[in-house]
Design a protein around this ligand. Structure first.
Ligand code: TRP
Length: 341
């Protein structure tokens, strides 16, 4: 095999975010920053997982708007649609098709062990649907359709990736090799951004307290104010100790990431300074980091025809790969197809 007959296949990456809210600083630092960097060396599929969003009740008009918001944010953060495939999950019906098949290969007890289902069904106890229960299987379908080698995920999704691996192995052993068994991709640098109001909790786009979260659409002043009001600890010096001083440590981590300075250097830089000065500097630095993303977001989001074209082409490209996988799967499970005769 030489390179001409067998072009080297780049490893495949797939990831997605739910269009349930405008994205926030934690998404930028924890995920999008890595996506942008990964797209250079991997074949990347980045989807907006609207089908996952309806596992809890959504306002339809809001969901439509947020879908475009999230797609525009991917691009604003630097995902290049000429390099990566950017698409909306529901535009590629293969996601639903494969999810159904995989549902029939997932144990009821196996799905019941997913801790996120337990958490979410407590949060939404008035509306616990079968969709919420089977959501990790849809996520497995997202990943396996594209034969992904690597999946960048946060801590909260690791168990779902484990299930994905189990399903892939199970199917491959029952029939014959069909799916690539994906590995989790854990970014080198931490980048876990915590809530500004409760620094022991992860920063979340669905936090009920707006001051906890810096959204990518927040203006410079809003960002500075949120940082100024961030909960800090009783100490006075700028020293990293996430265990005992989670508030100031979170701000140090944020400052370190957005300015590209090591934690030790941040401590040195602010030696002898108080929380007031430090918070002002963090507010400015985060505002500087978000500003270009917000500006690009506004431009991209205002040009819906271009965004539509990008998402349409993305879906076509994604479907090309997804269809191949579904065709194989249908054949293996024994679905008769007209070309079988
Ligand atoms: N379940 C993920 C979340 O809520 C989103 C998601 C859906 C995803 N499909 C995926 C992430 C596939 C990575 C790969 O955050």
């Amino acid at each position: 095999m030489n390179e001409q007959t067998q072009p080297q296949r780049k490893p495949v990456i797939l990831s997605g975010m739910q269009p349930t809210s405008v994205l926030m600083l934690g998404n930028m630092i924890g995920a999008l920053r890595n996506w942008v960097y990964l797209q250079e060396n991997y074949e990347c599929f980045f989807c907006v997982v609207d089908m996952h969003a309806i596992t809890v009740r959504q306002v339809p008009a809001e969901l439509r708007k947020r879908t475009l918001d999230v797609a525009a944010t991917y691009l604003a953060a630097g995902v290049d649609p000429n390099v990566s495939t950017v698409f909306v999950q529901s535009h590629v019906p293969e996601h639903a098709e494969l999810a159904w098949v995989l549902n029939c290969y997932t144990g009821f007890g196996e799905a019941g062990r997913m801790t996120q289902f337990k958490d979410k069904s407590e949060q939404h106890s008035d509306n616990i649907t079968v969709g919420l229960f089977t959501y990790p299987v849809l996520m497995a379908a997202d990943i396996l359709l594209y034969q992904a080698d690597l999946v960048p995920v946060g801590e909260d999704q690791k168990q779902h990736l484990e299930l994905t691996r189990d399903l892939a192995n199970r199917f491959n052993h029952l029939y014959s090799p069909t799916f690539t068994v994906p590995e989790p991709y854990i970014p080198q640098s931490g980048g876990r951004i915590m809530s500004l109001q409760e620094p022991t909790k992860k920063m979340s786009k669905s936090d009920s307290n707006q001051n906890s979260t810096i959204f990518l659409t927040d203006t410079d002043d809003v960002i500075r104010n949120k940082v100024k009001r961030a909960v800090t600890d009783s100490g006075t010096d700028i020293r990293y100790d996430s265990e005992n001083r989670p508030g100031v440590s979170n701000l140090i981590e944020m400052y370190s990431i957005v300015t590209g300075t090591s934690v030790a250097d941040v401590e040195k830089q602010f030696e002898g300074k108080g929380y007031g000065d430090f918070k002002a500097a963090v507010g400015d630095a985060v505002a500087d980091y978000i500003r270009p993303v917000r500006t690009r977001f506004d431009e991209i989001r205002a040009d819906v025809p271009t965004l539509t074209k990008i998402l349409k082409e993305g879906a076509e490209k994604a479907q090309h790969t997804a269809r191949r996988t579904v065709r194989k799967v249908y054949k293996k499970v024994g679905f008769w197809q007209p070309e079988d005769k």
